[in-house]
Design a protein around this ligand. Structure first.
Ligand SMILES: NC(=O)c1ccc[n+]([C@@H]2O[C@H](COP(=O)([O-])OP(=O)(O)OC[C@H]3O[C@@H](n4cnc5c(N)ncnc54)[C@H](O)[C@@H]3O)[C@@H](O)[C@H]2O)c1
Length: 328
């Protein structure tokens, strides 16, 4: 039985990856310190004999008994609201955490896949973004902590590959959504759905003409799975190229949720990208992968999940208590 370590296992993507690898017959070790994740996302795996969980901060030394075949490094705050509140933890998990995991992969002779992001392209000057675009990042802007941590993560991963011959993979994930996202993590889909469920107006930043493209989690996991098992070591974009303006998207949500909310407009935050769209030519050619789930179907499944949340979860204003995790 192949053994895989998944960091960030209690998070949105990590928990879906745990499910996928369990279903593929792997022995899965999930690791998380719950800084943004939730035990609930893994509760269905508690009694699974092929799943083991280790509560651990990956920026500290990591020790795993026995062999390991694969590592997926997905631990990192991922939404702007998180990384603006815990900027130093964000920088540390991308740098020290990645270094620890590369060291572990080297010691175990395991293949490691690193979760990078479309944020490495910053506020892009090229559309759509291909993997050979170097990006347009403001290093000292508020989002710099996340973008630069991820850029460093890619660099150190390639250095381990070139210098130590480590088997590495890098996925550049574009906006992904689906069940188990945190309702109040500040990302646009849970934000709109939460507002609709609470009967509030939907907030659009700027004039709503900025575009986004959203990939359903099932498609994203399939792309990551194929990339891990491929021979390709350079970064690969995985995302859905179908673009929509935020204003049109807000209108779609109002229709989907069958509510009468209005759209209200607020000032655009600093360095919020105006357009983000993956070029997935490489993933198509290399992995024979492309997204299969359209926005309407994906949003329906996501809304169904959000509707199962309790009143308390729906109205909780403080999204996470970071104090317990932050060392003074
Ligand atoms: N969801 C997306 O659209 C998206 C887009 C681009 C990149 N990514 C990347 O995918 C990964 C997962 O994102 P997500 O959306 O599931 O976010 P998430 O916040 O739901 O999950 C991240 C998980 O990492 C854990 N974590 C953070 N720091 C840790 C540490 N030091 N030690 C151990 N665990 C730690 C958190 O507790 C959480 O469970 C991240 O690396 C993120 O940068 C996600």
């Amino acid at each position: 039985m192949k053994k895989i370590l998944i960091t960030g296992a209690a998070g949105f993507l990590g928990s879906h990856l745990c499910d996928r690898f369990i279903n593929e017959g792997y022995c899965v070790i999930g690791m998380d310190n719950f800084i943004t994740g939730d035990k609930k996302n893994l509760s269905h795996l508690n009694d699974n004999p092929n799943f083991k969980f280790i509560e651990h901060d990956v920026t500290e030394f990591i020790s795993i008994e026995g062999s390991l075949d694969y590592i997926l490094h997905f631990a990192s705050p991922a939404s702007p609201i998180d990384y603006l509140k815990i900027p130093i933890q964000t920088l540390k998990v991308g740098s020290l955490g990645t270094h620890n995991l590369l060291g572990l992969a080297k010691a175990k002779k395991a293949r490691i896949l690193i979760a990078s992001t479309s944020e490495v392209y910053g506020d892009p000057l090229v559309h759509p973004q291909t993997e050979d675009y170097y990006g347009n990042v403001n290093t000292i802007g508020p989002r710099g902590v996340y973008d630069e941590a991820k850029r460093f993560q890619e660099s150190i991963t390639m250095a381990y590959h070139r210098f130590h011959g480590l088997e590495t993979r890098i996925v550049r994930i574009f906006n992904t959504y689906g069940p188990r996202m945190r309702l109040n993590d500040g990302r646009v889909i849970p934000a709109f759905m939460g507002q609709a469920l609470r009967g509030e107006d939907l907030t659009v930043f700027g004039d709503g003409s900025q575009t986004r493209s959203f990939c359903y989690v099932g498609d994203q996991v399939e792309g990551i799975y194929r990339l891990l098992l491929s021979d390709y070591t350079r970064p690969v974009n995985i995302g859905n190229p179908h673009e929509i303006t935020i204003k049109d998207f807000a209108e779609e949500i109002i229709k989907l949720t069958n509510t009468n909310q209005k759209i209200i407009y607020k000032e655009l935050p600093q360095n919020d990208p105006l357009q983000r769209q993956p070029d997935i030519t490489l993933a198509k050619r290399l992995l024979n992968w492309e997204p299969k789930i359209g926005r309407e179907e994906g949003m329906r499944m996501t809304y169904k999940y959000f509707k199962t949340l309790s009143e308390e979860e729906l109205f909780k204003s403080e999204h996470k208590n970071f104090e317990n995790h932050i060392k003074k």
